[in-house]
Design a binder for this molecule. Sequence first.
Ligand code: FRU
Length: 484
Amino acid sequence: MLSNNTDSANQAQENDVIKHCPYRLGFHIIPSSGWINDPNGLVFHGGLYHAFFQYHPYSSVWGPMHWGHVTSEDMVHWQRQPVALAPGDEGTCFSGSAVSDNGELHLFYTGHHWTKQENDWQNFKQTQCLATSVDGVSFEKKGIVIADSPLPHIQDFRDPKVWKEGGKWHLILGAQDNGTGQVLYYQGQTPEQWEYRGVLVEADESEGYMWECPDLFKLGSKHILAASPQGLPKHGYHNLSEYQCGYFVGEFDGQSFSHSVFTEFDVGHDFYACQTFETPDGRRVMQAWMGLPATLMETQDSGWAGALSLPRELTLDEQQRVIQKPIKELTGLRQAELLSVQNSEIEAGRHPLDVQGELLEIELSFCLQERTAERFGILLRCGENQEQTMIGYDAMAERIYLDRNLSGHVQGVRSTEHDGSDHVDLHIYLDRSCVEIFSDTAYQTITSRIYPEENSSKVNIFSENGKVTLKSLNIWQLKDIWHP
Ligand code: FRU
């Protein structure tokens, strides 16, 4: 049952350091202290949504991995739960997934062992492990269920994603065979006994040396293989982060997956290691780590780092692209509506709005007919010192963009293709030190961290070198779920 390891991790977790940090997030899953990375074990079990995550309770840098745990009735208001898994004989507890079956919650995860010395990425051993729970809070470790990779030289062998279908258990995991990314496939009659069924997909030369956190699921009439490949070459607007997180659309015939080209889910600076699950009403919902291994995290000095993205509902459009929308439950975060504007002509220049805030939801729609402006959009977290986070549309490039060059401590512009329609829609969530940008007129999202001064909280609208019609603008104050 619960080990002492878990008890001391829980004590570390009780130390709520984030409340003093100006960059704390108000409505995202964050640790109360310590480090988090990948979402793990997203699942509905026992009448609640559960989100687990890679967690190092003892410091704000990556370290011996535990599984942190939060639960929710609506995927919006989260409650902290005791640490679910702490390191043990199997090693530290790397990423994995959850299946609720017959009243029992099964967690599948990778046990990670350094074979020579800690943090020596040349010498380690990974196994796949199981833990179960009936109450969904305390977990009993059942031990290793897949002890060895199919070939002895394969060390990178991790992140099991498990589902039950057709009376059988199915498991895929990410692997690297001599510099080639792979997804391996297993089947089981029970969650303890697994049979290797072969390589489900292998990367070609341009598709990376390792695929972390694979996920396979049905969406519309297709199967989607989501993965976080490492080693993709940068080109044009593509693959600009150190590692990517995206998907292939294809067919899964029960043996192999025919795979198409890779498309990034999100083109922001901080989106990686996504995982999906199916809600009881049949929606496919995805969350990701709002971070990447080597990105700057200004919160580390305040004793915490890392967050999960908002849950996003996935659908497939007619061109077989995966579309992400914020789940409908997120409207439950809305407090006062701060502003509502219809049909307003925006002249060249920047125009202060009568709104301030650090936790905001913003919906805007611009009409492109009769537009003369070259670029237009909204500026968030504006301050005295020229600070601003710019989100807009570049009419020359025909792209929706985020410019965080003046956002504080971080730089960079990221953008995604507009769909060519006669309007530009933006749906933005601002949560102190992050922005998530959705659009009905683009196929990808943009998720990035920002680190402005605490008092930079003004909002402006802007139009450059011409004018544009703002069809509608609505801004809501959102709730801080951790410190109401
Ligand atoms: C992805 C990842 C996984 C691994 C985990 C360790 O970010 O590297 O492949 O299981 O993080 O924390």
